[in-house]
Design a protein around this ligand. Sequence first.
Ligand code: HEM
Ligand SMILES: *[C@@H]1O[C@H](CO)[C@@H](O)[C@H](O)[C@H]1NC(C)=O
Ligand SMILES: *[C@@H]1O[C@H](CO)[C@@H](O)[C@H](O)[C@H]1NC(C)=O
Ligand SMILES: *[C@@H]1O[C@H](CO)[C@@H](O)[C@H](O)[C@H]1NC(C)=O
Ligand SMILES: *[C@@H]1O[C@H](CO)[C@@H](O)[C@H](O)[C@H]1NC(C)=O
Length: 342
Amino acid sequence: MAFPLFLIFLLHTNLASSSSSSSDLRPEFYAKTCPQAQHIVRDVMNKALLREARSVASVMRLQFHDCFVNGCDASVLLDDTPTMLGEKLALSNINSLRSFEVVDEIKDALEEACPGVVSCADIIIMAARDAVVLTGGPDWEVRLGRLDSLSASQNDSNNIMPSPRQNALGLIDLFQSFNLTVKDLVALSGAHSIGQGRCFSIMHRLYNQTGTGTPDPAIDPSYREELDRLCPLDVDQNVTGNLDSTPLAFDNQYFKDLVAARGFLNSDQTLFTFRETREFVRLFSKHQHKFFQAFEEGMLKLGDLQSGRPGEVRKNCRVVNGRAAHMLLESPQKMENNVQSM
Ligand code: HEM
Ligand SMILES: *[C@@H]1O[C@H](CO)[C@@H](O)[C@H](O)[C@H]1NC(C)=O
Ligand SMILES: *[C@@H]1O[C@H](CO)[C@@H](O)[C@H](O)[C@H]1NC(C)=O
Ligand SMILES: *[C@@H]1O[C@H](CO)[C@@H](O)[C@H](O)[C@H]1NC(C)=O
Ligand SMILES: *[C@@H]1O[C@H](CO)[C@@H](O)[C@H](O)[C@H]1NC(C)=O
């Protein structure tokens, strides 16, 4: 009898009794409990960059996919379990989100230095900022103190995350529902200054944009030839192309490319073809520092999205802490199966 009671006590003490709101987030959150946290994150991100340049872009993208789905709570990092379909296999994420191992590596280093202190949700926020810094973009102070979720929802991700086929009006509405302005939308889309996308994401645009078997007319003809060569109709749709012409540099080339009708995704190019967003694209294409400033503001707002649900500091970003205690209450055989499937 004492054993399960002890476990219940453990579970309770590990869960924060009250959930955090964005006003509780602050830059110095780990100043006393893990002063070297930001340094450790930057260091592992730098190693990841040297190992595979694209990986830092892939990690930055996690902030968007995490924060839009029930707030910035590292729900996107949870692996599926027999009783929970997580977000990794959701429509926008399957065969697409990547570099989770970089987050694992950061978490391992932080657990070594300050066990049980730094949340996976905060790791994403710090690492996303570092991806920008390490590829030549601006540096800024991030707010910290998020908790990690106790669950994830594939359905919510499917319902929320935008398709690359979206146009500017749909994107404006979506971002507005998170209190993000048109300027935030255009600036944050500038994240596509680094990284790559799959042919899968542009096949429709290249071959059947309007459902009549014709391409998107808003593509510069010579760029379309390039894309057609990269992604012929019978291509392996996992083949990737650059999201802008300088995919390893965080700069305003993305916006220059949009002005030149050389945007990779439909959702990118539409920011220039639609009147509602065009002036911001033009502005950022001319003034890199205005893009950088708006991007920082957008990332801070995106990072402030919170679900208000209870959370914890996960020990392993892929699983909730409660799971280990739960398994102890189950039969040894089941426990063994669970361990193997992890
Ligand atoms: C505005 C709506 C957005 C749409 C529709 C969108 C869509 C996409 C798509 C379709 C891809 C390529 C995925 C693939 O083909 O596998 C992609 C890549 C990427 N997205 Fe977005 N995205 C949006 C906004 C954002 C935001 C706000 C961020 C970050 C702040 C972001 C960061 C990235 C990055 C860095 C990549 C490249 C990842 C890599 O190379 O692995 N995106 N996005
Ligand atoms: C999943 O999302 C759909 C809307 O697309 C909704 O009708 C349905 O109730 C959701 N299912 C669950 C289990 O939340
Ligand atoms: C947007 O702002 C309104 C008014 O301040 C607030 O009630 C609402 O919760 C906010 N929505 C999000 C998703 O933060
Ligand atoms: C193009 O899209 C339309 C409408 O969705 C569809 O009926 C048609 O089969 C598609 N054509 C090709 C070549 O995929
Ligand atoms: C991409 O690769 C994955 C796994 O390697 C495979 O399951 C999937 O079908 C491929 N996707 C496309 C669009 O070809």
